[in-house]
Design a protein around this ligand. Structure first.
Ligand code: UD1
Ligand code: CA
Length: 482
């Protein structure tokens, strides 16, 4: 789509969000893995450069600006939140010189760039001073209603807020989305005529419809095809409804690309996630952030994968947690594995039950199948890391590296005290405490020698009998009362 020159976008995001009953500003609440405002900015940025996007901030302005500053948009402060009309008044100096102004609401995050373009085109075709994007949702309660001049006419006489509806007006099901196009010159020529003479004592931007029409300007409405797109988020429940809509849309998009998602309504999938064809996602899986999953994978139930990259043919068994991990083709993860940031799992490698990795590279075909902690380690290909192996990477002050070469066998329950290196093809005997480097092909034994005391059990039993010690056997009765 072509870049729009000559028009600006305003995003209203200064309000407190009183109806949320939250300490955090409304536009910072997250749905679909991103703050509400970030969704609106992302949609705006699709066709408009950040220099032409102006965000009105006020309540918790610093926090709001910090959250979205990276996008490069401008911020305009509305120090007192006197209403949506007042918010647009605050923008006059910044946007007055642009030909048109598209006004978006920071709390209507599902708006699509295509719809903004349609609104823009309609506005120009209608040669209007104000064009209102409208919708007919199943439940219009709470929204401002649009009074058309007559049924079927594009022209609008006024917008009436929920609290000001009278008699028959309650039956109007066409709502104001809070998204508008204005001819800036007409908007600012008349905006000072707004008066806060309403239920909330605020300057309503919606009053511009009647004001402009009374001044002889053309005010029209364009109805969206899909009412969900303009739904607002004024309460936590409304927000969670939008969150579900958004996640479901992401799931539907993936399914259209050949991904099988069982019970998609139970999965949480962020909009930026990509998944290859023929991958199967089981119920209750979460794929978050910028996660990328290849083809022919299977992600079993209850796994949560965040900002991670999986190759093709990867099997993630039940209840794994992956954060900023990368997993190569054909690897097998879990169940109950925890891959923490900077874990790199090689081709065909196995990370099994209750294994935790962090800043660790596990080479191609290497296996750590049970109960291990591998942190700050670099493990070559074809290694076998036994059950219960632990890299002791932390000395209380600093983190140290464990280097393991190719084809190394680390026996179960060994502790590798870093910094330490195990060279290619060496063996570590089970239950060793390894504090020194192990040379290539060597066997390291680092454990106390076993002592055998023949007949000890019988001697003990005799001693206890002499002292009158009786063996206690638990029973259902004692278990229940203790
Ligand atoms: C508004 C519209 C209503 C419409 C609905 C759609 C008005 C008077 N009403 O109502 O007709 O159906 O949106 O969702 O405009 N804001 C500021 N500064 C302020 C007040 C609000 O920046 O002084 C921002 C808010 O942060 C929010 C947006 O403007 O992002 C809309 O404000 P909100 O109070 O949510 O308006 P609604 O009551 O939903
Ligand atoms: Ca709102």
């Amino acid at each position: 789509m072509k870049k729009v020159i000559g028009s600006a976008i305003a995003i209203l995001a200064a309000g407190k969000g009183t109806r949320l009953k939250s300490k955090r500003a409304k536009v910072l609440h997250e749905i679909g893995g991103k703050p509400l405002l970030q969704h609106v900015i992302d949609a705006a940025l699709t066709n408009t450069p950040p220099e032409r996007i102006f965000v009105v901030v006020g309540h918790q302005a610093e926090e709001v600006e910090r959250a979205v500053r990276h996008t490069g948009v401008h911020f305009i402060r509305q120090t007192e939140q006197l209403g949506t009309g007042h918010a647009v008044q605050c923008l006059q100096e910044a946007v007055g010189a642009h030909k048109d102004l598209l006004v978006l609401s920071g709390d209507a995050p599902l708006i699509r760039p295509e719809t903004m373009e349609r609104l823009r085109e309609f506005h120009h075709a209608q040669q209007a001073a104000m064009t209102i994007l409208t919708a007919r949702p199943a439940n219009a309660f709470g929204y401002g209603r649009v009074l058309r001049v007559s049924a079927g006419s594009p022209e609008v006489a006024a917008i009436v807020e929920q609290k000001s509806l009278t008699g028959e007006q309650h039956r109007i099901n066409e709502i104001n989305s809070g998204i508008y196009m204005f001819r800036t010159e007409a908007l600012y020529r008349h905006i000072d005529a707004l008066r806060p003479n309403n239920a909330q004592g605020e300057y309503y931007l919606t009053d511009m419809a009647e004001l402009l029409r009374n001044a002889g300007e053309r005010v029209v409405a364009l109805e969206t095809e899909d009412a969900t797109e303009v739904l607002g988020a004024n309460t936590i429940a409304e927000m969670m409804h939008l969150d579900a809509e958004m996640r479901m849309a992401a799931a539907r998009h993936l399914m259209a690309m050949g991904v099988t998602i069982y019970r998609p309504e139970t999965c949480v999938i962020d909009g930026d996630v990509s998944v290859g064809a023929d991958t199967i996602i089981e119920p209750f899986v979460q794929l978050l952030g910028k996660t990328q999953v290849g083809e022919d994978c299977r992600i079993r139930s209850y796994s949560v994968i965040q900002n991670s990259t999986l190759g093709n043919g990867v099997l993630v068994r039940n209840s794994c947690v992956l954060e900023q991990a990368s997993v190569c083709d054909g690897a097998l993860i879990g169940p109950y594995a925890h891959l923490r940031p900077e874990s790199h799992i090689g081709r065909g490698a196995h990370v099994g039950n209750f294994v935790e990795t962090k800043k660790t590279r596990l080479g191609d075909g290497s296996k750590a199948n049970h109960l291990a902690y591998l942190g700050d380690s670099n493990i070559g290909p074809g290694c076998n890391i036994g059950a219960g192996v632990i890299t002791c990477n932390y000395d209380g002050t600093h983190k140290h590296l464990t280097q393991i070469g190719e084809g190394v066998f680390v026996g179960s329950n060994s502790t590798l005290v870093a910094p330490v290196a195990l060279e290619d093809g060496c063996y570590v005997a089970a239950a060793s405490c390894v504090t020194e480097n192990v040379p290539q092909g060597a066997l390291a034994l680092g454990r106390a020698r076993q002592v055998i005391k023949p007949g000890w059990a019988e001697r003990r039993a005799k001693m206890q009998k002499a002292k009158g010690v009786r063996k206690r056997t638990p029973s259902a009765a004692t278990e229940r009362t203790s």
